[in-house]
Each structure stands twice: as C-alpha cells, then as structure tokens.
Write a protein that binds this ligand. Structure first.
Ligand SMILES: Cc1cc2nc3c(=O)[nH]c(=O)nc-3n(C[C@H](O)[C@H](O)[C@H](O)COP(=O)(O)O)c2cc1C
Length: 285
C-alpha cells in the first residue's frame, strides 16, 4: 500500500475515534477506499485476509440500528470489515494488513477504531458477503469523527487508559530479557521502536516485547501473554496487536530508507517463566 504523507506523522496522529459526525464520505474518497480494499492482502508470512466496506445508510435508521457496537460507537455509518478464512492461522498477518488500512484512512483524514470484541457479530455478518468458510476477525468504523469527543468516549478512553504507554525499559531489551535497550544503542532504529511503542493494542495491553541482538540490527519480536494453562492458545487479539507492531516497525524503517526483511527463526533466547512467545525477527542492515 502506498502512503503519500509521512508515516511517522500519521502513526502519531492516529487515535481511536468512537463518535462520528452524521456526514457522508465524499464519493471520490469512497472510490479510493474501495480501490484500496479491493485487492488481496498478504502479510509478511503469507497470511491472507480481505476487507469489505459496508455502508449502513445515512438515511436509513433501521439499517443503522441493525449494526450494534454495544453503544461503543456513535454516529458511524461506514464500517471496514476484516475477514479471514476459518483455516487461516496467521492472525499476526491479519493485524499487519488491517493496521496499514487504518493508517491509510488516517492519512485520508478519516477516523477509525479497531473493534475486536465490541461489535454484534451476527448483525455485521448479515451486512457482509461472507463465505461459509470465512469469519469476521475485526471491524472498524470509518468516517469523520467529532472534533470534541463526547463525554462517554472520554470515559471509555480513560477507563482503558488509552493515552498511556509503557516506557522503553518495559518493552525493549538488548541481548536477552534482562538488559533494557536504550535509545542510544538502538541508534537509527529508535524511531521505528518508538512507533511500535505508541501503537494501538486491544485494551491497551501493549503485548509487544522486542530484543535487539547485541552485535547486529536484528530485532526479535515476542508476544507477552500471561498463559494460565499450557494448553491455552495465544489470544487472537494479542496476535493482531503483534501484527500492528510489525507494520509500524516496517513502515517506519521503509520511510527512513533502512533495509531489512522479516524472518521467522526462533533465536531461543531464554523466556523461562516469562510468558513470552516468539513471533518474528527483523534482520536489518
Ligand atoms: C486488536 C484490537 C482490538 C480492539 N478492540 C476494541 C473493542 O472491541 N472496543 C473498543 O472500544 N476498542 C477496541 N480497541 C481499541 C483500543 O482500546 C485502543 O487502540 C487502545 O486503548 C489505545 O488507544 P488509541 O487507539 O486511542 O491509541 C482495540 C484495539 C486493537 C488493537
């Protein structure tokens, strides 16, 4: 996907928007969005996803009412629906692709918010051309958000702690999980890591942990999850969060003309009793 403005600015600008103006998106912009969503989306590890735009109809309160978000979203009548094949195991790639779309919408001046849980699944399903083999993994409203968020939106944001982020020392390490990584040592990767740090995550849990190798610009991405039982699968929402981290990191290094590529090769850094699960590595120059 091509970005026309600075991705660093766009990542900084994006915040979740839950209250929307009762305003149509202009037809030229709508065409652009449809064009963007039309193609097949493939993440860095081959995971495929697709996206649909649905219009609940500005003048059709019945249609509008059908789309429930448990009151989390007010006034939106366009939604982007993120769709996966049931057999698709690569949820990280889905998060990676959807976040690029979210950032593109931000670049177009439109508000969004990731919704992984607070939407009525069957109501959205009925508005979507879903195949039997597919399911909706997440959705986002898209539209012109209210400049001054309503009190309820401020309350949601405050109760999740949306504005807060963990400091570098809790997220980024050098060599293993015992030495914090400083901005000084991260050098030209400082901004890419910062763009990961300020990214959105489900319930603002920020599950990303990153270890830089001591003697190279290799960065290993891990998911932090307090697994209660060894049989628990990694929660899909946290995997989406990891996809967001990968996309912010990659888009930033591309903008900064730093070369590199993703691989999946567990470096076997000691994670004993740390609830950390290896996801992917960036091999950078
Ligand atoms: C995978 C994912 C799922 C999310 N699901 C919901 C949701 O169901 N309801 C909601 O109100 N916000 C949801 N959010 C939005 C987060 O609460 C929000 O991104 C986070 O609090 C950080 O705030 P910010 O986006 O304003 O920076 C989700 C975010 C992500 C990344």
């Amino acid at each position: 996907m091509k970005f026309e403005k600075s991705i660093i600015k766009t990542i900084n600008q994006r915040t979740s928007k839950r209250a929307y103006k009762n305003l149509e998106i202009e037809s030229s912009k709508l065409r652009k969005i449809k064009q963007i969503l039309k193609k097949e989306f493939i993440g860095p590890f081959g995971g495929k996803s697709r996206f649909e735009l649905i219009d609940c109809g500005i003048n059709d309160p019945l249609v509008k009412r059908r789309l429930g978000t448990y009151g989390f979203i007010r006034g939106a009548h366009y939604f982007i629906i993120g769709i996966l094949e049931q057999k698709e195991r690569n949820i990280v790639d889905f998060g990676y692709c959807f976040e690029k779309i979210i950032l593109k919408m931000t670049e177009l001046g439109l508000g969004t918010v990731w919704l992984g849980g607070s939407f009525r699944y069957n109501q959205f399903k009925n508005c979507t051309n879903l195949k039997e083999s597919e399911y909706i993994a997440a959705v986002s409203p898209v539209g012109y958000s209210l400049e001054n968020p309503k009190a309820y939106e401020k309350i949601i944001s405050w109760s999740i702690g949306s504005r807060k982020r963990k400091p570098w020392s809790k997220l980024f390490c050098l060599g293993d999980f015992s030495t914090p990584l400083t901005e000084n040592i991260a050098g030209k990767y400082t901004t890419a890591l910062e763009m990961v740090r300020i990214g959105p995550s489900a319930a603002n849990k920020e599950p990303w942990r990153i270890v830089k190798e001591k003697k190279s610009n290799t960065y290993h991405f891990y998911l932090y999850f307090d697994r209660k039982q060894s049989t628990d699968n990694l929660p899909p929402m946290k995997q989406m969060d990891m996809g967001i981290a990968l996309s912010h990191f990659e888009l930033t290094v591309i903008e900064q003309k730093i070369g590199g590529k993703w691989i999946k090769k567990n470096p076997n850094i000691d994670t004993t009793r740390k609830n950390l699960y290896y996801i992917a590595s960036w091999i950078g120059e």
